[in-house]
Design a protein around this ligand. Structure first.
Ligand SMILES: *Cc1c(COP(=O)(O)O)cnc(C)c1O
Length: 456
C-alpha cells in the first residue's frame, strides 16, 4: 500500500523545489530548517522532526543515477532545499555514502541486502557518516569550542558514531553502553578508538543509558558548560540517508524488470525500517515492508491488533534490537495516523532466541553465515515462503556475523572470517570507564576531563 498522499499538506505531483521545513510529530513546535533540525535532535515539544511535506518521485527521476551517492543526492535534494547545506549535499553524499551495499542472491527471487561493509561492520555506518559529514559543515568555523557528541548505544550505533567522528577536528564523542549487554567484540570496538572518543560502560540497561543521554541533552546548566549534541537513532540526519540504500535496491530491481519487492528489515528502534517506509511514501518502487523483531514484542503485538504498549526491553541474542519502546514508532504514526491503515501498510513478526539459533545453524549449513539480527529476518522469510508467498523479496542484513563470534562460532563449530576494518579495531587496546546508571556519575565524567583542544 502506498502511504504517500494520505496526509494533507503533502507536496503532490512532481518533486517540488520549494524550501523544505521540518515539523514535530507532536505538532507543538515551530517549523524549522534542516540544519536547525539536525542540530536540535529532538523537537522542543518532545516530538521527532519530520519533513513538513514529502516529495514524490518517479523512477525516471533517477535516470543516470547508478551509484549510492548519486541516488542519495537526487533523493535527498528536496529534503535539503532552501538550507545552507543544500550546496554541500553532493559532497556530503560522496564523502559519507561511498560504501558498498551489495544485493546478494540467496535463493530464487530472494536477495540479501548486505549493509555491513562499512568501517564498523553494521548498517549504522551509513547514517553515522552522513550525520558527521553534515555536522562538520554546520559547525561555525569561528567558534573554537569543541562539541561533545553524546550517544547511548545498544551495541552498534556507538562504534559507527565513533568511527565517523574519530579525529574529526572540533568534536569529541562520549559513548554510553550497558556493561555486559553488548557482545564482547562490540564492547572492544567501542573502547578501541581512543583520541577524541571515550567509552563509558554503564551498570544498567540500554534504556538506562538512553535516559541518561536524554536528561543531559535537556539540562541547560550542563549544556552551559559542555557543548552537547547527539547522534541517536531519532536524529533526522540518520533517518534521511538510510532511505538511499532502499532506493538503490528498489531502482536496480525495477531496472532489471522486477516488480516492487518485499523488504524484511530486522527492527529495534524502527529507524532503519522507517526509512524504507518513507522511501516508499516518496514513490520508490518498494513493496510490502515487514518488520522482523526479536522477543521484544511491542511492535508485533501492535500490528496484531493490540494497543501500542511500550515496555521494558528483554535481553536477546540479537542485542542491538533489544528495544521495548521503539522511538521511531512516533514517526510511523505521523505518516499514517489511522491504526487500521497502518496495520495494512506494515506488518511485524517476532522471532525468539531458540528460533534465531536454529535459523543461524540452518543457513550456515547452506553456506550462508549471518548475524543474529539478520537471522530474525531470514526466519520471517522462511515463514512467508512456507505460507506460499513466492514474490520477490529482499532481506536486510544489518551487521557482519563476525561481531557476534561468541554466539555464532559455538553454533557453527568453526571460526567466522573477520573483515579487515573490524580486525584492525580488535587488534587495538580497548578502554572503557565504568559509571553507575546515575546522572551525577555522567555529569562528573563529562566535566572531569578538559575537552581536547580544537585541532588547528
Ligand atoms: C541497530 C540495529 C538494528 C535495529 O535497527 P533499528 O533502526 O533500531 O530498528 C538491527 N540490527 C543491527 C545489527 C543493529 O545494529
Amino acid at each position: 500500500m502506498d502511504l504517500a498522499g494520505r496526509r494533507p499538506g503533502r507536496a503532490g505531483g512532481r518533486v517540488s523545489n520549494g524550501p523544505m521545513t521540518y515539523v514535530s510529530t507532536r505538532g507543538h513546535a515551530p517549523a524549522i530548517g534542516l540544519g536547525a533540525a539536525l542540530v536540535a535532535g529532538l523537537a522542543p515539544d518532545g516530538g521527532l522532526y519530520v519533513p513538513a511535506s514529502l516529495p514524490r518521485f518517479d523512477v525516471a527521476d533517477f535516470d543516470g543515477c547508478d551509484s549510492l551517492p548519486a541516488i542519495a543526492s537526487r533523493l535527498l535534494r528536496p529534503f535539503f532545499a532552501g538550507d545552507a547545506l543544500a550546496d554541500e549535499l553532493d559532497a556530503i553524499c560522496a564523502e559519507a555514502l561511498d560504501l558498498p551495499a551489495p544485493l546478494r542472491a540467496i535463493a530464487q527471487d530472494t536477495g540479501l541486502l548486505e549493509l555491513f561493509h562499512g568501517p564498523t561492520a553494521a548498517f549504522k555506518d551509513f547514517a553515522a557518516r552522513f550525520l558527521a559529514a553534515c555536522f562538520a559543515r554546520l559547525r561555525p568555523r569561528d567558534v573554537d569550542a569543541v562539541r561533545t557528541v553524546l550517544v547511548a548505544t545498544s551495541g552498534d550505533t556507538g562504534a559507527a558514531v565513533a568511527a565517523a567522528f574519530h579525529r574529526r577536528p572540533g568534536f569529541r564523542v562520549v559513548i554510553l553502553y550497558p556493561d555486559g549487554r553488548v557482545s564482547p567484540r562490540q564492547a572492544h570496538q567501542l573502547g578501541a578508538f581512543g583520541d577524541n572518543v571515550r567509552a563509558l560502560r554503564v551498570a544498567g540497561s540500554f534504556d538506562d543509558c538512553q535516559a541518561l543521554v536524554k536528561r543531559a541533552l535537556a539540562d541547560d546548566a550542563l549544556k552551559a558548560r559542555v557543548a552537547l549534541t547527539s547522534a541517536n537513532s531519532i536524529s533526522l540526519g540518520r533517518l534521511l540517508p538510510q532511505m538511499a540504500y532502499y532506493a538503490l535496491t528498489a531502482l536496480q530491481h525495477r531496472r532489471a524488470g522486477g516488480a516492487p519487492p518485499l523488504f524484511i528489515v530486522p527492527t529495534g528502534n524502527l529507524g532503519n525500517a522507517f526509512a524504507a517506509i518513507l522511501a516508499r511514501a516518496c514513490g520508490l518502487p518498494i513493496g510490502a515492508v515487514v518488520l522482523a523483531t526479536n522477543a521484544n514484542r511491542t511492535l508485533p503485538d501492535f500490528f496484531a491488533g493490540a494497543d501500542y504498549a511500550p515496555r521494558a526491553s528483554v535481553a536477546t541474542l540479537a542485542n542491538a534490537m533489544d528495544v521495548g519502546a521503539p522511538s521511531n514508532f512516533e514517526r510511523l504514526r505521523w505518516l499514517c495516523p489511522d491504526d487500521a491503515d497502518l496495520r495494512r501498510a506494515v506488518t511485524a513478526e517476532a522471532v525468539d532466541d531458540a528460533t534465531i539459533r536454529t535459523t543461524l545453524r540452518a543457513y550456515a549449513e547452506r553456506g550462508l553465515v549471518v548475524c543474529p539480527h539478520t537471522a530474525t529476518a531470514l526466519h520471517v522469510l522462511d515463514r512467508r515462503r512456507a505460507a506460499g508467498d513466492h514474490g520477490d523479496a529482499v532481506v536486510v542484513a544489518t551487521a557482519h556475523p563476525a561481531k557476534f563470534d561468541t554466539i555464532i562460532e559455538p553454533l557453527l563449530g568453526h571460526p567466522v572470517d573477520t573483515p579487515p576494518a573490524l580486525a584492525a579495531l580488535l587488534a587495538r587496546p580497548a578502554e572503557a570507564e565504568p559509571i553507575r546508571a546515575d546522572y551525577a556519575d555522567l555529569c562528573a565524567a563529562l566535566l572531569a576531563h578538559p575537552e581536547p583542544a580544537p585541532a588547528a
